[in-house]
Unconditional design. Structure first.
Length: 270
């Protein structure tokens, strides 16, 4: 059996390794705390959105309020307004819903207050989407949820106004393509209308993932491993500096001066 003495590492390398592990550990710990803070924020946001969805609808924000509208404060507020849906200004935006593949029908509403809002009247099947486009100005009352504009396009697909291909409800781009002038920076997802199959409103999906607790536990676990590594380094260094020896097969350490198999392993005197 071969017995090998553990030699102390250079102090600089020991401190550098331990310092690196501590730095990583504290960084991971900070990430875990940050995720807990994010979880508190997310739970508060979900609660506020639930309150907005269940609240009594209010009038759509007018031009004086447009610059102050934000997703965190205003998304999913219930709105109700009256006006005229403008004929021949519809935009079909590709959509996939629980009813299948098809289009959202986006129609401009000229409100009684004098400004224009795009209204998502609802989902229509792809086969006969054109038949649901408005051909006459229609006076309506619209109730639904405030939604923020969706700039540029969908996943890996950009809107192509020139070809009439729309993959997202980009309010500003639709307004330019339809010659609507200034419009609200948001649109309204109209609620379902009793007795009306299509356009099918009320299909808004409110989904706010809240995985922050899982992320926090992951970061804390990794931090514990990093701090545990420091403990292992300190223990091993202490063994080295006290002259412990271990055999090559990884058996338990043997202190200087012990006997293994009848052989005295004490270090020779100087």
């Amino acid at each position: 059996m071969t017995v090998t003495a553990l030699k102390p590492r250079p102090r600089a390398r020991f401190y550098a390794t331990a310092g690196l592990c501590l730095t990583i550990g504290f960084a991971l710990l900070a990430l875990g705390v940050w995720q807990l803070q994010r979880r508190v924020w997310k739970l508060d946001l979900i609660a506020r959105i639930d309150q907005r969805i269940a609240a009594t609808p209010v009038a759509p924000p007018g031009p004086a309020d447009w610059t102050g509208i934000t997703a965190s404060r205003d998304a999913y507020r219930r709105l109700t307004g009256e006006g005229v849906l403008l004929a021949h200004r519809d935009t079909l935006v590709q959509a996939v819903t629980r009813l299948g593949a098809g289009f959202w029908v986006m129609t401009p509403l000229r409100t009684d207050a004098g400004f224009t809002i795009l209204v998502n009247r609802g989902f229509v099947p792809a086969d006969d989407a054109k038949s649901f486009e408005s051909d006459v100005d229609t006076r309506v009352q619209v109730t639904g949820l405030l939604r923020m504009s969706e700039p540029k396009g969908g996943f890996l697909r950009s809107n192509d106004p020139a070809s009439g291909r729309w993959y997202s409800r980009d309010v500003a781009a639709i307004a330019r393509a339809r010659g609507l002038g200034s419009v609200a920076p948001y649109f309204i997802d109209e609620e379902a209308t009793p007795g009306v199959d299509y356009p099918a409103g009320g299909l808004t999906v409110v989904s706010l993932p809240n995985n922050h607790l899982i992320y926090a536990l992951t970061w804390f676990s990794l931090a514990a491993l990093a701090f545990g590594s420091v403990g292992v380094l300190i223990r091993e260094e202490a063994m080295r500096r006290h002259g412990f020896r271990i055999d090559g097969a990884g058996s338990a350490p043997t202190h200087r001066g012990a006997e293994v198999g009848g052989t005295n392993l004490a270090a020779p005197s100087a």
